[in-house]
Design a protein around this ligand. Structure first.
Ligand code: MN3
Length: 209
């Protein structure tokens, strides 16, 4: 369950904290959801409480129109609304299931754009390793084409008119307890818990826009 308007609530995940074991550990999921995401939600609610006009906008409306905001508010909304959206999107894109690869129309699009799923995976990992410091790597859709892009901190592709399909959180808090500094091990593990059924739904929605 989720809500997309003020006041934002940190609803529980759709799965248990240990559901992604052994790929992503329980303690990381607890801290990531109950501490990191919760902080973004608390701070976003505080900002919106002080700015009633903005509090009527949805989370995606805030992020899509962020360039129209005055500077101090721009930074605060970018970081905190971005932090809420990016984390919810990441958590909703995870599932520990037998289905380890994309299917149907998304698989076709991936094959067309990248040659094969294996090539896509190789590309995605290579791009992920270019993220310096904290950020995300994304699979996005724009003008009929798939693209792999990165964002810094809590920036989100919604602010650059991309339709988003998949994101990987590359902040150290996403993997440090289990993988220490081994980012590649984290990325390899994460590829086992991508919720491809959900990503396929997102792809169909993006194509319809
Ligand atoms: Mn995170």
């Amino acid at each position: 369950m989720t809500n997309d308007k003020y006041p934002f609530i940190n609803y529980p995940l759709d799965y248990s904290y240990n559901a992604l074991e052994p790929f992503i550990d329980q303690k990381t999921m607890e801290l990531h959801h109950d501490y990191h995401l919760k902080n973004y939600i608390t701070q976003l609610n505080e900002i919106l409480k002080e700015n009633p006009a903005l509090s009527k906008l949805s989370l995606t409306q805030l992020l899509e129109n962020i360039n129209e905001l005055p500077l101090p508010l721009y930074t605060a909304i970018k970081n905190n609304a971005g932090g809420v959206f990016n984390h919810r999107f990441y958590f909703d894109g995870l599932k520990n299931t037998f289905l380890k690869t994309p299917t149907s129309s998304l698989l076709k699009a991936i094959n067309k754009r990248f040659g094969s799923y294996e090539n896509f995976k190789e590309n995605f990992i290579a791009v992920a390793l270019t993220v310096f410091g904290s950020g995300y790597v994304w699979l996005v859709f724009k003008e009929g084409d798939l693209k792999i892009i990165t964002t810094q901190n809590q920036d989100t592709p919604l602010s650059f008119s991309y339709c988003v399909l998949l994101n990987l959180d590359l902040w150290e808090h996403a993997y440090y307890l289990k993988n220490y500094g081994d980012k590649i091990a984290y990325i390899d593990n994460w590829f086992n818990v991508i919720n491809w059924a959900e990503i396929n739904k997102r792809y169909i929605n993006c194509k319809e826009i």
